[in-house]
Design a protein around this ligand. Structure first.
Ligand code: SF4
Length: 289
């Protein structure tokens, strides 16, 4: 088994390049692309770089320190292909460090990981480094217009755009081949069949079908999170878990250990319950910042 923390060690040694926006350019809007390991954000970055002066464009990546190693290879390739640096920032904690510090496991309604490690972190960076009223670009595809509405409500201090909501439209399932045609190999998370590449295939907002895939494709990652979840439960005494069991009409916590044992015992699970990360779109209940 490959200890997941080995991945983290490799990442922490990286230098986080921090470039200020709009370097030496007056009266120009800063354009910040919220970059991830996702292909849609790569294509969004390409469109922004094609349309704007490069010196006002920042490709911003918020590292949760819980990513798969191949995501960093992908980002390095993106830098080379687009000939533009990726600005890498981090809150400085891994997911479980944060959950333990906050005394709760994040969930779809209270997504403190994406809020603290991504949305708030990026907002702070932009406000500290860019001129007022910057333009933020998000990697939402043409079917995700509601997500753009959400970030526009949450960030009245910025202009929010999603270049891939505009034509020419690109289907998500066509993006891997389109990227390869440009010389970019998608991160291995796509080859493993995941919908997005965040947090190494783990996500507190994901459902049973997603975790079944994680167990099947990245067993060491699954076991790492199973162990961390159990440690959290032991330490806090709280009956909480990443997954939910809705059998019998009642919703109760379903630990990763119990879910793994169910699958390995040939038990059934909800194959339609995929869920999604949607890190940059705040929950409906989250107020404007
Ligand atoms: S991908 Fe999931 S676990 Fe990772 S930061 Fe986003 S919401 Fe949290």
């Amino acid at each position: 088994m490959v200890p997941f923390r080995m991945f983290r060690g490799a990442r922490i040694r990286r230098n986080f390049n921090v470039f200020a926006c709009n370097r030496g350019v007056r009266n120009m809007t800063d354009h910040i692309v919220m970059l991830s390991g996702g292909l849609c954000s790569f294509f969004a970055a390409q469109r922004v770089l094609d349309q704007q002066e490069r010196r006002v464009v920042t490709l911003l990546f918020a590292d949760t320190l819980s990513e798969h190693p191949d995501l960093y290879r992908f980002l390095d390739d993106v830098e080379k292909r687009l000939q533009h640096p990726v600005t890498r920032i981090s809150h400085g904690m891994g997911l479980w460090d944060l959950f333990n510090q906050q005394g709760m496991i994040a969930n779809t309604q209270a997504d403190l990981c994406s809020r603290i490690m991504k949305r708030d972190l990026c907002d702070k960076w932009v406000k500290a480094n860019c001129a007022p009223k910057p333009t933020l670009h998000f990697g939402f595809d043409w079917s995700e217009a509601s997500r753009l509405d959400g970030v526009r409500r949450a960030k009245p201090w910025a202009t929010c755009e999603a270049p891939m909501l505009e034509p020419p439209y690109l289907w998500k399932h066509n993006m891997p081949d389109a990227a390869r045609e440009m010389g970019i190999e998608p991160s291995s998370t796509y080859a493993d069949g995941f919908e997005h590449d965040n947090c190494g295939g783990f996500c507190v907002k994901a459902g049973q079908a997603h975790f079944a895939r994680l167990l099947h494709k990245r067993r060491e990652v699954y076991l790492y999170h199973e162990q961390e979840e159990q440690s959290f439960r032991d330490r806090t005494g709280k009956d909480v878990a990443v997954l939910r069991d809705r059998r019998g009409g009642k919703t109760k916590p379903l630990t990763l250990l119990a879910f793994r044992q169910r699958i390995e015992g040939g038990g059934l699970f909800d194959e339609d319950d995929i869920g999604g990360c949607n890190c940059f779109a705040p929950p409906e209940t989250e107020g404007a910042t």
